[in-house]
Ligand binder design. Structure first.
Ligand code: NI
Length: 138
């Protein structure tokens, strides 16, 4: 771990109260860890804006597997991006609906393109890309 630096932050009292309430709700036991997480979150967001940066994330999809050719389309797309998909999890939620989670990795632009294509496929009811980082630079 890098050397710790201490900083002083001037902040409006009302804003600090709101921040303290928020972080208490989320289970933080001190402000420093909450600040660090906010900063890391911004750094991760920033890394995803650079098309060539190496990123990791997950794509969650919910779809009705009865929709014609949907399974085939989603699988074809995943094979086109097989270098970017580390693992997939498939859960049969009920008689009709499936939940799929893909762990994705690679250049930000390519990973986002894959996620957008999967989520936009007709028949996918809900989809979301969750962005994170390898942790090496955080
Ligand atoms: Ni299923």
């Amino acid at each position: 771990m890098a050397e710790l630096s201490r900083i002083g932050v001037a902040i409006d009292a009302d804003l600090l109260t709101k921040f303290d309430d928020l972080i208490a709700e989320r289970g933080y036991t001190n402000r420093s860890e909450a600040f660090r997480d906010l900063i890391r979150d911004e750094l991760v967001e920033k890394s995803w804006e650079e098309p060539d940066s190496e990123v990791v994330g997950s794509v969650t999809l919910v779809y009705d597997h009865h929709v014609r050719m949907l399974n085939e389309k989603l699988i074809d797309m995943q094979h086109d991006y097989h270098h970017n998909i580390l693992s997939t999890l498939h859960v049969h939620l009920d008689h009709d609906n499936c939940l799929e989670v893909l762990v994705v990795k690679g250049k930000a632009e390519r990973v986002r393109k894959l996620a957008d294509a999967l989520i936009a496929t007709k028949g996918v009811k809900h989809g979301r890309l969750t962005i994170t980082a390898t942790g090496a630079d955080l």
